[in-house]
Design a protein around this ligand. Structure first.
Ligand SMILES: C[S@@+](CC[C@H](N)C(=O)[O-])C[C@H]1O[C@@H](n2cnc3c(N)ncnc32)[C@H](O)[C@@H]1O
Length: 270
């Protein structure tokens, strides 16, 4: 919990769980892949869009150094407050705001990067045009967007088990709902970008067990916790048993459950 300037409370519990369980395993590694894909270097000015608890922003700061700058924006008050709290030396400019209407001047950055954000924007075209507006001419856009759920089997198993237990799985499947690379490329082009590439990459992450993976999503999954919280404790127990059974082939006796995530990495020039 942190406090606003007017002393009202901001609930950071979901952001804390996200940072503790899902950033080291999934979102942190993907954020690094994205920032590296944009070829960020010393002196760059980078904006992390939909920054969550700030994994990409912090990694980018370690690359751009003191002669570069990093800004980060997210709609979720708890995420931004928690990210700001982690930034002990105030090295990053944090903003609570909507990426479809950002508080930055035209041509402010030479990289705009967003890990798992685009699929959540109701108006993706507006969001991409706004990213183009704040980029300098020749600046780079780097985005990662999950492929469809059949390329993300652990999440797909949870979605199936939720439906089997009478709970709508949309909150779990939504992050995997904009996975067509052609559509992604077309939309980026329509927003005025050039030199567009979209490549697919797979990553393996390990959780102690299927149960641990489900508990991590239930505590900190930005989208999926909203579906999992519909279950009472006996429903959750049943779901854990079903998912454990369906993911047996992904269990490594030494490393635990292998959670495969597959995403499209989009790169373009403004
Ligand atoms: C799946 S999380 C990814 C967070 C972060 N990029 C990471 O990789 O750790 C998606 C984030 O996008 C944010 N988001 C969704 N719609 C947004 C919008 N219109 N403007 C700003 N942030 C948004 C959410 O609040 C959430 O923190």
């Amino acid at each position: 919990m942190v406090y606003n300037s007017d002393a009202s409370e901001i609930d950071t519990s979901a952001a804390e769980a996200f940072e503790k369980f899902l950033v080291p395993t999934i979102f942190g590694p993907w954020s690094k892949v994205m920032v590296n894909h944009a070829e960020a270097k010393v002196g760059d000015s980078l904006l992390d869009v939909g920054c969550g608890s700030g994994a990409a922003a912090r990694y980018a700061k370690s690359i751009v150094g003191k002669f570069g700058s990093v800004s980060a924006i997210d709609l979720n008050e708890g995420m931004i407050a928690f990210a700001q709290m982690l930034d002990k030396n105030n090295e990053i400019d944090w903003q609570k705001g909507d990426v479809t209407d950002m508080p930055y001047k035209d041509q402010s950055f030479n990289i705009v990067a967003g890990n798992q954000l685009l699929q959540f924007l109701p108006d993706k075209d507006k969001g991409l045009k706004e990213m183009k507006r704040v980029l300098k001419q020749g600046g780079k856009l780097a985005l990662t967007i999950y492929c469809p759920k059949n390329k993300n089997p652990a999440h797909e198993a949870i979605a199936k088990a939720l439906e089997n237990n009478g709970v709508a799985s949309k909150a779990v499947t939504h992050p995997f709902s904009f996975g067509d690379p052609i559509l992604i490329g077309d939309l980026i082009q329509k927003a005025g970008f050039r030199d567009i590439s979209v490549v697919r990459k797979q990553m393996d992450s390990y959780f102690n067990s299927a149960e641990h993976f489900i508990e991590s999503l239930a505590a900190g999954g930005p989208s999926s916790r909203h579906a999992l919280e519909q279950l009472d404790s006996s429903g959750l127990k049943k779901l854990k048993a079903e998912v454990t059974k369906s993911l047996t082939e992904f269990v490594d006796p030494n490393k635990g459950l292998r959670v495969i995530t597959t995403a499209n990495l989009a790169l373009a020039t403004a």
